[in-house]
Design a binder for this molecule. Structure first.
Ligand code: ADP
Ligand code: MG
Length: 747
């Protein structure tokens, strides 16, 4: 007596709805052997499909026992069922269970691959099967384009492709005309020679000529079970032919490709939307990060530094020692540092050379001074927009910096931006130090343009000019301030009367005996050479006594040529401030951003705008994430059917989950690549916000942004995986339901 492949004893199956419980099977007792071709009929709702699904290991049963090859199945867990389905069950349903987006050939090969066959054998096996069902000629056609008869034959081909011992066909001919139905039944009958074939049909007549047995169901019960003809004796064991039957499936990526490839339009749209969400995440989060720096909402006040250029960073040595050329090189090699100004104090001094733009003449001629007050011959009002002094950059930099002429060698030589002046031009320049010397030092000097630059903007002064202002600034607490003047002869000083005694001492103690000095008021120098003005408040003998006017040649001797201990570096953009400050600190210097030091009072309007920007970004991000999650859920909802189909031909839950993760990964990767590309294209084509953002975003933040985007996908994945488990792998879901029930019971 041949061994029963299946035995069902008192199998009951209930469907628990939200309010009621429906009886699906009400105590079924049946047994089946290979070689049988069983026709199962019954009215609609009699439990035929339920029986098919229980036997197929797709739905769990609640009562009784199903023996498979003599073994109990009631203790099976989700994995056992999965393996049971994968190795033993081929399932054909009325809605074909094919992948409509994939080609005919791919439909069959995927089934073979999923049941553990290697690619090559899958292809040749698929060819045999397709020839048998007469679909080989149209193997490249998309399954969706087939006629109903062809679709059903394909679905059978898929089922046959999997050499499982049990083939279940749930109303396979429901959509077919008589001629096609007959073909299908014939095919099934052929298959039944070495398998168990269960044919569920409402049209018994079409199976009558082939079936070996006829079972009738009513209300979940077997009401008749009649043998019609002898079953065939199976020769070989089809499933056992599979050499690598238990090969571990690593087909997640393959299934992901199958899902993506079989819905090209959907996949394209999803890819596109992922690119958009990636773009939005990059853009909004980028803007968000920029706005986290709230310095931009403060109004700059020049109490700390007159020149609050956002790209300026002031650097000094820790010990106050002068900087060396090596220090300069180190600083210039810091990333994002564009150039370096040796004379930091000069950077806070404005110069003016364009009347009406940089300055206005507000007073000319003699004034009646009050007691102790010097007459003013010319008085200028320097515009608050007048440029700040920069000196000509150091060699070797200035070889490229100066395109025509040469570097300035004296106080009275200057390099000009081409277009501002020509070589040899003499320009009237007003130097105005508002910062360091009380109410300010105004000097009007004539300078000759000796060099031209195409790189810089405006005028570039000699190192002597820079040092003079550094000295003035530093001299505020020192005794002597020197100002070079071309009209002063070498070896001569000019100073105020009040300083005579001090000068005399200076000369006697420190300078060669051949040096002499004149005693004079500053105003007697003549308005075209040097004009000094200062306010009443600061016009005191104390200040005057520090000021010595010397020849340019003597200037270096008296003021020295030592490098300053403090320089300013200029960076490409304020956005890099933190990174540059960090790097400079690492080099062992003290550094600060004058802009930050000066930005102390908050502008409420700007602050409110910033808050608004932050809110908009957060909202936009939440919306984008929600969209992405919804999109993924929608996409996988569309895929649920094909996952069901694939699960019927052996796709394990593990592989299904892996394929979902792969898809998410693939879409996220494609989306991020496209989104990032779009960001860069926008950035380099002058979309200002994005340009700015790119400057602000260090690489770590970019990685962070990617992670956030992936996190949004992962969130969707959780929903999707649950839903796939619930709809495609109810066996796996069952256990969770039980857990939930237990909880509810405990309440
Ligand atoms: P048939 O395939 O013979 O038409 P089914 O097996 O589909 O019958 O259905 C048997 C009974 O179980 C019917 O009363 C049907 O309403 C019920 N049923 C089937 N599937 C579900 C389900 N998913 N949820 C609730 N009840 C169901
Ligand atoms: Mg049915």
């Amino acid at each position: 007596m041949e061994r029963k492949i299946l035995e069902l004893t008192d199998i009951k199956k209930y469907y628990a709805g939200s309010q009621s419980v429906v009886m699906g099977l009400d105590g079924i007792n049946l047994s089946f052997s290979r070689g049988e071709f069983v026709a199962i009929t019954g009215e609609s709702g009699s439990g035929k499909s339920t029986l098919a699904h229980v036997i197929g290991g797709i739905l769990p049963y609640e009562n009784g026992e199903m023996f498979f090859n003599g073994g109990r199945t009631s203790h099976y867990d989700a994995l056992d069922w999965e393996q049971y389905r994968r190795d033993n069950i081929s399932f054909i349903s009325q809605n074909y269970g094919i992948l409509p987006g994939a080609s005919v050939l791919r439909n069959v090969t995927s089934a073979l691959l999923l049941s553990g066959m290697d690619k090559k054998s899958a292809h040749s096996a698929a060819e045999d099967i397709l020839r048998e069902v007469e679909l080989w000629e149209i193997r490249r056609r998309r399954a969706a384009k087939l006629s109903s008869g062809q679709k059903q034959r394909l679905s059978i081909a898929r089922a046959l492709a999997k050499p499982a011992p049990i083939l279940i066909a749930d109303e396979p001919t429901g959509n077919l005309d008589a001629e096609n139905s007959a073909k299908i039944i014939e095919l099934l009958a052929k298959v039944a020679r070495d398998r168990l074939v269960l044919l569920i049909t409402h049209e018994f007549s079409e199976a009558e000529g082939y079936a070996t047995r006829h079972i009738v169901l009513r209300d979940g019960n077997v009401v008749s079970d009649v043998p019609l003809r002898p079953a065939s004796e199976p020769e070989n064991t089809p499933s056992v032919l599979m050499a690598e039957k238990n090969k571990k499936q690593k087909l997640g990526l393959y299934v992901a490709g199958l899902q993506i490839g079989s819905r090209p339009i959907w996949s394209f749209i999803v890819g596109l939307i992922f690119a958009l969400t990636a773009f939005a995440v990059f853009a909004f989060l980028g803007v968000f990060i920029i706005n986290l720096d709230d310095t931009s909402t403060y109004v700059y006040n020049s109490k700390a530094f007159e020149n609050g250029d956002m790209s300026r960073i002031v650097v000094s040595t820790v010990d106050g020692e002068p900087m060396t050329d090596e220090d300069y090189e180190k600083l210039l090699s810091v990333r994002y540092v564009k150039d370096l100004e040796r004379n930091d104090m000069a950077v806070d001094v404005r110069y003016a050379y364009r009347e009406g733009i940089d300055f206005e003449t507000v007073y000319q001629g003699e004034s009646n001074s009050q007691a102790g007050e010097y007459n003013v011959t010319e008085l200028y009002r320097i515009s608050v927009n007048a440029p700040f002094i920069r000196t000509v950059p150091l060699l070797p930099g200035n070889a490229e910096f100066i395109r025509d002429g040469r570097a300035p060698q004296t106080f009275f030589e200057v390099v000009a931006e081409r277009g501002v002046a020509k070589l040899g031009d003499i320009i009237d320049i007003i130097l105005c130090d508002n910062k360091h010397w009380g109410a300010g030092v105004f000097m009007k000097v004539k300078m000759e343009v000796v060099g031209l630059t195409d790189v810089g903007k405006g005028l570039y002064f000699s190192d002597q000019v820079g040092r003079m202002f550094s000295n003035i600034a530093l001299s505020a607490n020192k005794d002597n301030m020197y100002i070079p003047d071309a009209k002063v002869e070498k070896g001569t000083f000019i100073c105020a009367e009040s300083a005579v005694e001090k000068f005399r001492q200076l000369i006697e103690n420190e300078l060669p005996p051949e040096w002499t000095f004149d005693v004079s008021d500053p105003e007697s120098f003549g308005s075209d050479t040097l004009t000094l003005t200062w306010s009443r408040k600061y016009h005191t003998v104390k200040y005057m006594s520090k000021l010595y006017i010397v020849s340019p040649e003597d200037y270096d001797v008296l003021a020295g040529t030592e490098n300053s201990s403090q320089v300013s570096v200029f960076i490409d953009d304020y956005a890099y401030t933190d990174r540059v400050l960090g790097d400079i600190h690492k080099l062992g210097f003290v550094a600060a951003s004058p802009y930050r030091l000066g930005a102390t009072t908050q502008d409420e309007t700007l602050a409110a705008e910033r808050m608004q920007t932050l809110e908009i970004c957060v909202t936009a991000l939440v919306v984008v994430f929600a969209l992405q999650v919804l999109l993924l859920i929608a996409m996988f909802a569309v895929q649920t059917e094909s996952f069901k189909t694939l699960s019927n031909i052996g796709l394990t839950g593990r592989t299904a989950r892996m394929s979902i993760l792969w898809q998410i990964l693939i879409f996220t990767a494609i989306g991020q690549a496209a989104g990032a590309l779009a960001i860069f294209i926008c950035g380099y084509n002058g979309v200002e916000r994005i340009e700015e953002m790119l400057r602000y975003l260090p690489a770590v933040y970019v990685i962070l942004l990617s992670a956030v985007h992936i996190a949004a996908s992962a969130l969707a994945a959780i929903f999707v995986l649950r839903s796939i488990d619930k709809h495609v792998y109810p066996m796996a879901w069952k256990n969770r339901d039980l857990v939930i029930d237990e909880k509810e019971d405990a309440k």
